[in-house]
Write a protein that binds this ligand. Structure first.
Ligand code: PEP
Ligand code: MN
Length: 340
């Protein structure tokens, strides 16, 4: 059920509708918009009778939702969500969001060398894994909490917002302690207990698309997070597995306009994991911006040849700086109106 309030509905009328939703044993999710507030209702097993709401003061319409998602949808919120990270940085607004850094935090020296270049480029966000989801249990798994401490020091030194992955629910506690944004990785996109925990977190969530997830499965994963009350989610296309073997993954650029047509959530692209190859990262970053992504997440290393993970796709500091220059000029000509 979706309850659309009249444009002149008062806060107390919205509160009264929320109380009725609660009395019925459901949860109300108010979404204030530019012209009106809508309230999504979750927690109901079957259909909810619209007559519970239709005659309440301030209610314009109570609409049954036939789609599988209730909260990520433009029906609830016609304007794009602008996600706030670390107080003063945003994703989904007018500025192109650039999240850059190494795949994994390997040492303080490495993290600071990369962060220096990221800061210089004007990017607002620093990435780096302290807990790495590696295919082999014998591969470098990340520095753990020590990695998070280094990330927190990077924030203090450079003012960059920290985006880092939580592999499990305990990891969310730690990212809440040290970071600014919780990354949920492709392999965990349907880890429903992790999604629910992220939904209760006080930090925004970067939700990567699963390796073989359809658009609906991905959006429903975001719906899990939102249903718990965390509405600050950024989607990330990071390539899906296909039959081709000239890339690590196939970056599905068509998913950007497909998301836009359904959801108010910002969506960014990851041409690093999306291609797996250094020489493809910049061309696909350009394409991602041209197709209307709200931002990029890019792996950068001061010494890619010595990287402990994902060295083949890491950009050098110089390559990264050039990429930022190029995508900024593309973004300038792609106005939000043209992207629509
Ligand atoms: C990463 O960002 O380093 C990562 C592991 O990404 P993904 O979950 O998309 O593979
Ligand atoms: Mn990586």
């Amino acid at each position: 059920m979706l309850i659309v309030m009249k444009s002149d509905a008062t806060d107390s009328q919205v509160e009264a509708v929320l109380r009725v939703i609660e009395q019925l044993g459901f949860r109300g999710h108010p979404m204030p918009g530019a012209t009106r507030t809508a309230i999504g209702v979750t927690g109901n097993q079957g259909a909810v009778d619209p007559s519970h709401f239709e005659n309440l003061a301030g209610v314009a319409e109570a609409i049954r939702v036939s789609k599988p998602y209730k909260l990520i949808t433009l029906d609830l919120r016609p304007e794009k969500t602008v996600v706030r990270v670390g107080g003063d940085a945003t994703i989904g607004g007018d500025e192109l969001a650039i999240i850059a850094g190494p795949c994994a935090i390997e040492s303080r020296a490495q993290a600071f060398a990369v962060a220096e270049a990221v800061r210089r480029s004007g990017a607002r966000f620093f990435r780096g894994g302290a807990y790495k989801p590696r295919t082999s249990p014998y591969a470098f798994q990340g520095l753990g909490e020590e990695g998070l401490r280094i990330l927190a020091d990077v924030r203090d030194a450079y003012g960059l917002k920290i985006v880092t992955e939580a592999l499990d629910e305990a990891g969310v506690d730690l990212v809440e302690k040290y970071g600014d944004m919780i990354q949920i990785g492709a392999r965990n996109m349907q880890n429903f207990s992790l999604l629910r925990r992220a939904g209760k977190a006080r930090l925004p969530v970067l939700l990567k698309r699963g390796l073989s997830a359809t658009l609906d499965e991905w959006l429903l994963a975001a719906e899990y997070v939102m249903a718990e009350g965390n509405y600050q989610i950024v989607l990330c296309e990071r390539g899906i597995r296909t039959f081709t073997d000239h890339t690590r993954n196939t970056m599905d650029l068509a998913v950007i306009p497909a998301v836009r047509r359904i959801s108010h959530l910002p969506v960014i692209v990851d041409p690093s994991h999306g291609t797996g190859k250094n020489f493809m990262v910049t061309p696909l970053a350009r394409a991602g911006v041209a197709v209307g992504a709200d931002g990029l997440i890019i792996e950068v290393h001061d010494q890619p040849e010595h990287a402990l993970s994902d060295g083949a796709q890491a950009l050098t500091l110089d390559q990264y700086e050039e990429l930022v220059r190029e995508v900024r000029s593309i973004h300038e000509v792609i106005t939000p109106a043209a992207v629509g």
